[in-house]
Design a protein around this ligand. Sequence first.
Ligand SMILES: N[C@@H]1[C@@H](O)[C@H](O)[C@@H](COP(=O)(O)O)O[C@@H]1O
Length: 241
Amino acid sequence: MRIIKTKDYNDMSRKAANYIGALIINKPDCVLGLATGSTPIGTYKNLVAGYENGDYDFSNVRSVNLDEYKGLPKENEQSYYYFMHDNLFSHVNIDPANTHLPDGTEPDSQKACEEYNKVIASMGGVDLQLLGLGHDGHIGFNEPNDEFDKETHCVDLTEMTIEANKRFFNSIDEVPRQAYTMGIATIMRAKCVLMVVSGKDKAEILKKSFFGPITPQVPASILQLHPNFVLIADEDALSAL
Ligand SMILES: N[C@@H]1[C@@H](O)[C@H](O)[C@@H](COP(=O)(O)O)O[C@@H]1O
């Protein structure tokens, strides 16, 4: 595990975008595993700026997203489909046909998950998986559990996650209770895992995840075993170490 300590959120976002941008320059047809949440927004802004100034060309980049709420239509502003278009895809020259998210509009969970596993397999491996960190240690929507969930599956979101994500909705009742998420085994197979973490409110869970025991009760802790795990975190997020 490599820790890159940054001054603040902006510094974190710029360094993470530089990291991803270097991969795009090196491997123009790379497969990016992408994440949502508020933390990567700055990273995406910097990637868009890099595209605009001619540093990054997304025309051959392919992407697979970590997760999607179950039951939200694509045009719902809180769907991760909408988020990705709003924050990245519609601002760069990525081919929409090369971007993938689980289908949150598919009511049949087994079908949605099997289809997404096939999509992931067809990409031939993720070069870089970007991750945020949930307050309970979740990655994607892999919530604390008695075992590590391996492939794409449907999850019941925990109260903590519903509570944390309600800020994006009009009321807590609107927050979906379920989501489709890539599994831990898929995340662990990525050649490189890049996590961005910012803020004092993440300091305790960051410490627990990467300096505590490896346990499915703290899903992110499994990343301690990843051969190429890079954590880009700001001083606040690292303040409990
Ligand atoms: N499914 C997403 C995660 O992928 C994300 O890492 C987490 C943290 O979000 P934030 O970055 O807003 O703290 O939120 C959501 O639950």
